[in-house]
Design a protein around this ligand. Structure first.
Ligand code: ADP
Ligand code: MG
Length: 393
């Protein structure tokens, strides 16, 4: 019988999509957000609200908005007001207002034909649907920067003008825009900026103590009792603090540390597990390394990460890697580079600490070369996708 027993009680509580019931050190901001919308709970038809949330990565922007969404819809339903909270990550829709609106409309009316409408028409349809249902929407545009990058002032103009043209009719659409810093909207035209900037909530980076509280909350719901010593939480908080007060980093580090602990069949998560986990992701965190890679090296790498998605193997052969790369090239509609070129990329990549290569037997530059990843291929894949979508050619 295996001695193997996991330290985890419920890993999903460490997932990025999990929305905790309590947000330590963000209650003030949550209350402020509720304040901004309190008018809407009383006289929903009278006013559409606009709020900006700013803050660095991992300061809790997304989770704050989502927590708020859950609370406001609960409050609204107590009062029999139909408020829908819709959270959209603009980057997932490549910053396109049209794609975002298509998504929202089909969320409301799954049978609505998506194609053949302009953004304005979709918006008008959406408002009409809301009129019919006497419903209100609070739309959160997360990673708003990517919408601005692609569409400029226009998107905001469309989203807000629709309301203004309806003076005597109920206001249906409120906006929460989430972005890293105000810098990305600095170049928008004056009137668009002033439309947006009336209510700003800025999330400061967390202190070590605050991170400790956040981590302790997660430990209680994700791990079995007494499996995570105080020292471990302390070290995790310390590292997350030095990584810019990034709560996401801390939570992920804790999860990885738990994985290391399980792999070594330990009964609790020792600080050493945190250190091991940290060294394993450090390469990923240096995202600048990825961004600076040649375009085809990125595609090559993306192809390789997919091999490990489909199999539990420890390594992949160069042949497999080249096949996977060819498929990626097809997706990106580019012609694949030659074997020799790929071989060079592989050598470069093996100096970054992302992967290691091993040539069994005679050591020719052969296709029997084996590739081992030293970092999580899942994360690497996600990161590469982001970098490539940003147009990292
Ligand atoms: P951002 O959107 O600012 O990059 P997120 O909202 O995604 O940050 O937060 C990162 C991670 O940290 C998420 O897993 C989130 O649940 C968690 N988190 C952030 N702030 C808190 C908090 N105050 N309490 C509990 N968990 C938090
Ligand atoms: Mg976020």
């Amino acid at each position: 019988m295996s001695r193997y027993q996991s330290v985890f009680k419920d890993e999903t509580k460490l997932d990025i999509n999990y929305i905790p019931h309590r947000l330590p050190h963000r209650d003030k901001e949550l209350r402020l957000l509720m304040e901004f919308f309190s008018f809407m709970l009383q006289f929903p038809e009278k006013m559409a609200q606009r709020v900006l949330i700013t803050g660095d990565i991992g300061t809790g922007k997304t989770v704050l908005a989502q927590r708020f969404g859950a609370e406001i819809t609960r409050e609204a339903s107590k009062r029999s007001i139909s408020i829908r909270y819709v959270h959209v990550n603009c980057r997932e829709y490549r910053g396109s207002l049209l794609l975002i609106l298509q998504h929202i409309v089909s969320d409301f009316h799954p049978n609505f034909p998506k194609r053949g409408y302009s953004a304005e028409e979709l918006l008008r349809n959406l408002i009409q649907m809301l009129d019919e249902e006497k419903a209100y929407v609070i739309l959160t545009l997360d990673e708003f920067d990517s919408l601005i990058e692609r569409e400029g002032s226009d998107a905001v103009y469309k989203l807000t003008r629709m309301q203004e043209g309806r003076q005597n009719k109920p206001q249906r659409l409120s906006l929460i825009c989430i972005l890293r810093s105000l810098g990305s909207i600095a170049h928008l035209d004056e009137s668009t900026r002033s439309t947006l900037q009336s209510n700003i909530i800025n999330l400061k980076k967390y202190s070590k103590e605050q991170l400790t509280d956040i981590l302790n909350d997660r430990v209680a719901v994700a791990f079995k009792p007494s499996t995570v010593p105080e020292d471990t939480v302390d070290l995790t908080a310390e590292i997350a603090y030095s990584e810019n007060g990034n709560a996401r980093f801390g939570i992920e580090l804790l999860w990885r540390a738990g994985k290391y602990s399980d792999a070594e069949d330990l009964s609790s998560v020792a600080p050493e597990c945190v250190r091991q986990a940290f060294s394993s992701i450090i390469a990923i965190v240096r995202k600048s390394d990825l961004a600076s890679l040649n375009f085809h090296a990125k595609l090559f790498l993306l192809g390789m990460t997919r091999i490990f998605k489909e199999s539990q193997k420890a390594n992949a052969s160069l042949v497999e890697a080249e096949k996977a790369y060819a498929i990626v090239c097809e997706e990106f509609s580019v012609r694949p580079n030659s074997h020799t070129q790929l071989w060079k990329y592989l050598q470069d990549l093996s100096t970054t600490g992302i992967l290691k290569t091993e040539v069994p037997g005679t050591g020719s530059r052969g296709r029997s070369t084996l590739i081992y990843f030293q970092v999580s291929t899942e994360e690497l894949g996600n990161e590469l996708k982001t970098v490539l979508e940003k147009g990292g050619a």
